[in-house]
Design a protein around this ligand. Structure first.
Ligand code: ZN
Length: 114
């Protein structure tokens, strides 16, 4: 198929993991960001999507056991989170050097398989 390196994909999870956790109101979460499928509060939580991602891609999770396809899928979800949190200022600057934009470029490169 492609020559995408799993280790390259895995290291790209570090930035969104940190970033999503920062953007979440962790102090208001009674479960310390451990998603509980049977808990009504979790299911209806406005941070549910981010929380699920974090729980799915936590450092404790054995990332190297996931398939390339799964990793790619999860990275794309993270791209959406980061992308939607950026102001148009970033998106209009093709060579923005902030950590968000450079991470987005790294992901694009990695997914292309270079
Ligand atoms: Zn930027």
């Amino acid at each position: 198929m492609t020559n995408i390196n799993k280790a390259d994909l895995i290291q790209l999870f570090e930035f969104p993991r940190k970033r999503i956790l920062q953007s979440m109101e962790v102090t208001h979460c009674p479960h310390a960001v451990f998603f509980n499928h049977s808990d009504e509060q979790c299911v209806t939580c406005h941070q549910g999507e981010e929380c699920l991602w974090i729980n799915h891609n936590d450092e404790m999770v054995a990332m190297e056991k996931k398939s390339i396809e799964d990793l790619k899928q999860q990275l794309l979800v993270a791209v959406d989170f980061v992308d939607s949190s950026l102001s148009p200022h970033h998106l209009s600057r093709r060579n923005c050097e902030c950590e968000n934009c450079s991470w987005l470029r790294q992901v694009q490169q990695a997914l292309k398989g270079n």
